[in-house]
Each structure stands twice: as structure tokens, then as C-alpha cells.
Design a protein around this ligand. Structure first.
Ligand SMILES: *Cc1c(COP(=O)(O)O)cnc(C)c1O
Length: 413
């Protein structure tokens, strides 16, 4: 940070403040993770300045001898890691990756069936505020309100009625496994393509601690910054026969130049993901989520769907008489960072957010285990139940700080 503190001391101060915030708070945001220092190093490297258009060996600017190798590393390693026939590592984000998949084989106005956002889906799956819904004609399936899990018979019924050209399997806040085989069966029955969006799950899939959608899907998209721990950016995997269409849809279809530094980070995380350390973090992530859910249940919290199979735990706070926003705010004060989240029952009341979402990725990367998960829930409960009692809030904040100090984050590599 030597050069930054000379060029812009104010900004340098914000970087060190942020480092301090990360060190002194517990990160339970399911859509975040800590990444190895080598990821930060390569993202801040000279690859940041190279302009590329096109693909390795077929670029529109000179000087690509090394960056071609970088992208080929990412391609070869990514295909091996996920056992995929084809890969494109250029998408800027998960949303860009999804857009490129839609435009690769569909025409504007074509029908797509995806999971409804209040039931766990993502903005880029045709939410009315997203450009995706302006380009394509989306219908949505939901979870069963009793089980709070996907009702595949209902998905099948809607698919046969709507006859979509594409079905999207995948969610932002859904704590259960998705039966990709069943989704692919339904897609085949109505001659639809299957896109599986594993944005949240890529790290868990890479480590083989949950089943992979790759064998069952025409297309798979993901982002690298959630359980994958590899910096920002998106990736598309697909069957060989869609490769050319996907490449064209990404560049020049949806994007111009891609970010070589992020492609380098993808190459690096795909290598690290084959190593024992990464795999054990992902195993820990699953175990820790289970412990968070169990401990919360013991304390009387209502867990959406009754439990978790991945890194997420969704809680409905209605019976505790506290809104998602007040819980998020109260917990931020004590240094427990998470996000409020809609629960399926909120759909009836526009704007109501009754839940919070916990993710076990970052705390697992930080080396925390069972005793720490129990402690976190104990502190969380203490804060939420005493949110108007300043002396208790101060006490909890102190205990959170103590816990954080025992598990340093920066340079976890
Ligand atoms: C996080 C997420 C994305 C990615 O979004 P970007 O913010 O564009 O990277 C896409 N799909 C799902 C299901 C997600 O959870």
C-alpha cells in the first residue's frame, strides 16, 4: 500500500479501515468469502492493464503471448476441475454469464422458466427490475409452502403448461440441494434447455461435497467470489456443441474486453481448488452450516425448510417479533455481519422482509469450527434478545471481538 498512501492517503486509509473491519467482525454473508492472499496479489498484478478482445490465439490486439497462456490455464484447469466439456472464463459477473447463456440459444421474447425471487431465485432469473425480464418472457416456479422445498411435480406441471425454451435451476437463497437430474428430465420432456446457475455453490461442487449439475445441464454458470473464494467474475460451462455459440454470445455479444487479472484469479483458484486445503474448507463449510442450523433450532428459531444441505441457513424471525432489517442492524452493531432476506411467506406482503440469511463460507475459510459456530449463535441470540439493553450489546461486541482476534483473516494463505 506504499504507492497508494502516497497518491491518495484518504483512499489508503479506507483500505486499512476495511482490513480492520474484516479482522474484527464475523462474516456470515452467504454471498461473500475470504480469499487467499495470492488471489488478491494476482488481481492487483500487471494483468490489470492488458486489453484483450477475442479468445486465445485470435485476439484483436498485439502483445497477448502471456495473457493467452493465462486464459488457457483457466480454461484447461476449469474444465478438469468441473469435468466440463467446454468453458468460457470471460464473463464479468454471474449476471453477464446468465445473459450470455440466454442470448446464445434464445431469441428475445422466448419463454424461460425459473425460480421466483421471493422463493430463492436471483434478479438475473427474470425479476421485473432486471433487463433479463425485458428481453425474455419469464414464468416462475416456487417452493411448496409446507416443506419450503422445490416441488418438482409443480415445476413439471408449469413446464408442460408454459412450454419454455429454457429452464433455470439454481437460486440465491435456497438452503437445500437441487435435484438437477429431475430438472433435466423435466426440461427434456418439454424440449427445453437446462441452465443450472450454481453461483453460490461452485466451491462446494468443485470440492465434490455436494452433487454437480454439470452432467445434467446444457449450461452451468457460476461466480467465483462466493463459496469459490477466487475473486470476482463469472464462468460458463457447457456441452461442447454449444461452445461456439457461448463464445460469440459473451464476446462480442454481451461484453467487450474481459479482465485478464480476474481470468488469472480464476486460473489460480481452479488450481487451488484441487488441493487438500480448499477441499477441507468446503467440507468444514457444510459441517458448520449444519451446526449453525442445529444451534439456532435449539434456541427456538424457525429455520426455513427445517435445515440446510449447503452453506446457507435461512431464518424466519416472525415468531421472534423482529424484522429482518432490525436484526441485520442490531447484529452489525455487535460485529456480526449478515443480510436480511425475504422468506417465501413474504410474497403475500409486498416489501416485507421477515428473515435473515446466514452463510458458513467465510467463517470456515477463517478456520472456525463447531465451538465457534455455537458461540456465534449464542452471541447472536444474546444481541437480538437484548437489543434495547446497551450494556449487553457492548458486552456482546467485546466477546465478538475476542473471538475474531483468535482467527486472523488477512494472509490466511
Ligand atoms: C450471486 C448470484 C449471481 C451473480 O451475480 P453477480 O452479482 O452478477 O455476480 C447469479 N445467480 C445467482 C443465483 C446468484 O446467487
Amino acid at each position: 500500500m506504499l504507492y497508494l498512501s502516497e497518491d491518495d492517503p484518504d483512499l489508503a486509509k479506507l483500505v486499512s479501515n476495511e482490513e480492520n473491519r474484516i479482522e474484527t467482525t464475523i462474516n456470515l454473508i452467504a454471498a461473500e468469502n475470504h480469499s487467499p492472499q495470492s488471489i488478491t496479489d494476482v488481481i492487483g498484478s500487471v494483468f490489470n492493464t492488458k486489453t484483450i478482445e477475442g479468445y486465445p490465439g485470435k485476439r484483436f490486439h498485439a502483445g497477448c503471448m502471456y495473457v493467452d497462456k493465462v486464459e488457457n490455464f483457466a480454461i484447461t484447469r476449469g474444465k478438469t476441475l468441473f469435468e466440463a466439456e467446454y468453458i468460457n472464463v470471460q464473463p464479468h459477473s454471474g449476471t453477464s454469464a446468465n445473459l450470455a447463456v440466454y442470448f446464445s440459444v434464445l431469441k428475445p421474447g422466448d419463454k424461460i422458466l425459473s425460480m421466483s425471487l421471493p422463493h430463492g431465485g436471483h434478479l438475473s432469473h427474470g425479476h421485473r427490475a432486471s433487463i433479463t425480464s425485458k428481453c425474455f418472457d419469464f414464468s416462475h416456479y416456487k417452493v411448496n409452502l409446507e416443506t419450503e422445498m422445490i416441488d418438482y411435480d409443480n415445476v413439471r406441471k408449469i413446464a408442460h403448461f408454459v412450454k419454455p425454451k429454457m429452464i433455470v435451476a439454481g437460486a440465491s437463497s435456497y438452503p437445500r440441494l437441487i435435484d438437477y437430474e429431475k430438472m433435466s428430465q423435466i426440461a427434456k420432456e418439454v424440449s427445453a434447455y437446462l441452465l443450472s446457475d450454481m453461483a453460490h455453490l461452485a466451491g462446494l461442487v468443485a470440492a465434490k461435497v455436494i452433487p454437480s449439475p454439470v452432467p445434467y445441464s446444457d449450461f452451468v454458470t457460476f461466480t467465483c467470489y462466493k463459496t469459490m473464494m477466487g475473486g470476482r467474475g463469472g464462468v460458463i460451462l457447457c456441452k461442447e456443441n454449444f461452445g461456439k455459440k457461448i463464445d460469440k454470445a459473451v464476446f462480442p455479444g454481451c461484453q467487450g474486453t474481459s479482465a485478464v487479472n480476474l481470468i488469472a484469479a480464476k486460473a489460480l483458484i481452479f488450481k487451488l481448488a484441487m488441493e487438500e486445503k480448499f477441499i477441507s474448507i468446503q467440507k468444514k463449510t457444510i459441517q458448520n452450516a449444519g451446526i449453525l442450523a442445529r444451534t439456532l433450532r435449539e434456541k427456538g428459531y424457525r429455520i426455513i425448510s427445517g435445515g440446510t444441505d449447503n452453506h446457507q441457513v435461512l431464518i424466519d424471525l416472525t415468531s421472534k417479533g423482529i424484522s429482518g432489517k432490525s436484526a441485520e442492524d442490531c447484529l452489525e452493531i455487535v460485529g456480526i455481519i449478515l443480510n436480511r432476506n425475504v422468506v417465501p411467506q413474504d410474497e403475500k406482503n409486498q416489501g416485507k422482509v421477515s428473515g435473515i440469511r446466514l452463510g458458513s463460507g467465510a467463517v470456515s475459510a477463517r478456520g472456525m469450527g463447531e465451538p465457534e459456530m455455537q458461540k456465534i449463535i449464542e452471541l447472536m441470540d444474546m444481541a437480538l434478545m437484548n437489543r434495547k439493553r446497551k450494556e449487553i450489546i457492548i458486552q456482546v461486541k467485546d466477546l465478538v471481538l475476542k473471538l475474531c482476534r483468535a482467527f486472523p483473516v488477512i494472509k490466511i494463505a
